[in-house]
Design a protein around this ligand. Structure first.
Ligand SMILES: O=C(O)c1ccc(O)c(O)c1
Ligand SMILES: [Mg+2]
Length: 615
């Protein structure tokens, strides 16, 4: 289907927005009236620019507070409409959005609203344009798409149809299945937005918190499938009022927006009974596990010391590059000193094992995700890779899914892998990535659209310098879990790699013997644990001795500890007991406060060179 976006989604001048939308690959835009009003370009100039850029001006919006009014006001509203239609003619746009009345309606009657919309239809037809009537979720009387359709049906005018906006429909919990009862040709326009599940008034939710599809909690695939089954043939248009996107980089937001639409159409196309008009892209290939985690630094020595203390094994030096490999069980950490001048240790890449790397590469290409710029030399295995948001490279390996990956053979002069050696680290449990607010929604969409991860939960934890928002993205089987964290402005929390083991006490004890001082846990925390979980003294003494954190759910327990940060990175060691499947988020404030104390003790200030270079 054609793609479109409302100019209100983006920052910048109207011209900036048009250039960015065209470059991102949109077919068209909705012109948001305030963007035109503040522009120093005439409607004719905007029209010419859009023509030049190959962008259709799909709709002009919004026209407010028209129907349900007393007769004298109707005449003034028709006068206002005439002015707008004239502007639209100059713009070359033939569709105007009419929102249901929120302010001036005094008559709660389908018949009156229909009669008034018919008058508007006559006027629109005289100007060679049409109007699309949208039920705002907070409309004075008309706040439900089923009622807006009843009114449009009663108006029975060829220039009057409905505009369906997923936000107003889903925010009110209205069933989108009834969209299929509306004849496709009477659906003049479709607007799409996702949103996080929030409990707040619907107007504020709509004006500040809308998200691009795939970033919130709604099933928009199903929504689009209903629209397509109704026979709608117009564009799918994003209308996302969001405080972050409005101040973010225009081009980047436009690319990110189009990616969400491509993903959404593919998702809808895959639902049973969806028409062939919906465009599909290559199949998603959900990762089956981690291949490796890559840490980059000018000098990786400090990180290697940590890994040695955690009981991992030095596996060798790469044949041709300043890259070293450490492993334990199925956990592989690649340490890269290449092109890392002046860089402190930071998380630089994550490799995943996937059933079909070429399929993921094709899918990423369709979603306009750029490839990672990585040179492969003769004799080395080539793996497709992408530049993911937050400055992290993602690589895919679909070979030797059973045992050690073949690329390990490129490393020499280390110790061999001894399966079952000393009880210790068995794999990577999860990877925790911290980024700024601007990068977050894009990172969520990357995980959903390219990697096929799900986002079951979002939480917030209080840190000493502000709230940390955290969203877990995972495969259904939990073998790949990424925790995406938004740090407060001006703070860079370290990323962390969580290593899984079956006996965290043994790992902690041996690490201590080798000189590791874990992040210290305050005594108050253990008093609190005793109260919350009725732990007996022996268990508490063990936790305290090894500075372990603890959580319990109905399914099991989590025991874990953290290493101090090195640059922008630290490690966590976790033991999941029973079927514990969560993330001990109650412990996050304890970690953040302890990290902050350690940072202060060494006089550390956030600044360049600590985290990933682009942060
Ligand atoms: O918030 C608003 O006023 C508004 C305006 C136009 C729309 O299409 C919409 O969904 C909301
Ligand atoms: Mg809308």
């Amino acid at each position: 289907m054609r793609t479109s976006i409302a100019t209100v989604c983006l920052s910048g001048s109207l011209e900036d927005k048009l250039y960015a939308c065209a470059d991102a690959g949109f077919d068209g835009v909705e012109i948001f009236e305030p963007d035109l009003v503040v522009s120093d370009r005439s409607p004719e100039e905007i029209r010419a620019l859009a023509d030049r850029l190959g962008l259709r001006l799909e709709m002009y919006q919004p026209f407010r507070d028209f129907e349900g009014v007393a007769p004298p006001l109707l005449e003034d509203n028709l006068r206002r409409a005439r002015e707008r239609f004239t502007t639209m003619r100059r713009l070359g746009t033939d569709l105007m959005l009419v929102c249901s009345n929120v302010a001036t309606a005094t008559v709660d009657s389908d018949q009156v609203s229909a009669d008034q919309l018919r008058r508007l239809g006559d006027l629109a037809a005289e100007h060679g344009v049409r109007v699309a009537f949208e039920a705002l979720a907070w409309g004075r009387y008309i706040d439900d798409y089923r009622r807006s359709w009843r009114v449009v049906e009663r108006a029975d005018h060829e220039a009057v149809g409905v505009c369906l906006d997923s936000f107003h429909i889903l925010a009110r919990g209205h069933d989108p299945a009834e969209i299929e009862k509306i004849p496709g040709e009477k659906i003049f326009f479709v607007q799409l937005a996702d949103a996080p599940a929030l409990t707040m008034d619907v107007l504020s939710w709509s004006r500040h918190h809308r998200l691009f599809p795939g970033e919130g909690s709604w099933d928009l695939g199903r929504f689009v499938a209903h629209v397509a089954r109704a026979g709608y043939a117009g564009p799918l248009s994003l209308e996302v009022f969001n405080d972050v996107f409005r101040q973010a980089d225009t081009r980047r937001t436009a690319e990110h927006a189009l990616r969400s639409l491509v993903w959404l159409e593919d998702r809808a196309a895959r639902l049973p009974g969806s028409p062939g008009s919906l465009h599909r892209i290559a199949d998603p290939a959900v990762p089956s596990g981690y291949d490796y985690v890559e840490v980059k630094a000018e000098d990786t020595g400090e990180v290697e010391q940590l890994l040695e203390r955690l009981g991992m094994t030095f596996r060798g030096q790469h044949r041709t590059k300043p890259v070293r490999l450490w492993s334990a069980g199925d956990a592989r950490i690649v340490l890269n000193e290449q092109h890392a001048r002046d860089q402190r240790p930071h998380l630089a890449g994550v490799g995943f094992r996937v059933p079909d790397a070429a399929a993921v590469r094709d899918r990423a290409r369709a979603l306009a995700v750029g490839p990672a710029a990585r040179r492969t030399q003769a004799g080395e295995l080539e793996m497709p890779g992408f530049m993911a948001p937050s400055g992290i490279e993602v690589f895919l390996n679909d070979r030797d899914l059973g045992g050690e990956p073949a690329w390990v053979a490129e490393f020499e002069h280390g110790r061999p892998h001894v399966p079952g050696e000393a009880p210790g680290i068995g794999g990577i449990d999860h990877v925790n990535v911290s980024h700024g607010r601007d990068a977050h929604d894009e990172a969520v969409l990357f995980c959903t659209s390219v990697l096929g991860l799900e986002s079951p939960s979002a939480t917030q934890a209080a840190g000493p310098h502000g709230l940390v928002h955290s969203q877990v993205m995972r495969t259904p089987d939990g073998r790949v879990r990424l925790s995406l964290n938004v740090s407060p402005a001006g703070v860079t929390h370290p990323d962390h790699v969580a290593l899984a083991c079956d006996d965290v006490v043994a790992v902690a004890r041996r690490a201590r013997e080798r000189g590791l001082e874990p992040v210290p846990v305050p005594g108050n925390y253990y008093d609190d644990l005793r109260a919350r979980f009725a732990l007996d003294d022996a268990v508490l003494a063990t936790l305290r001795e090894h500075q372990l954190l603890f959580d319990r759910s109905d399914a099991g327990e989590l025991w874990h500890f953290y290493t101090p940060r090195v640059g922008g990175l630290c490690f966590e060691v976790v033991q999941r007991v029973g079927a514990y499947d969560a993330y001990a988020t109650d412990n996050t404030p304890v970690l953040l406060a302890a990290q902050d104390r350690m940072d202060r003790a060494v006089g550390r200030r956030d600044g360049p060179g600590q985290g990933r270079p682009d942060l």
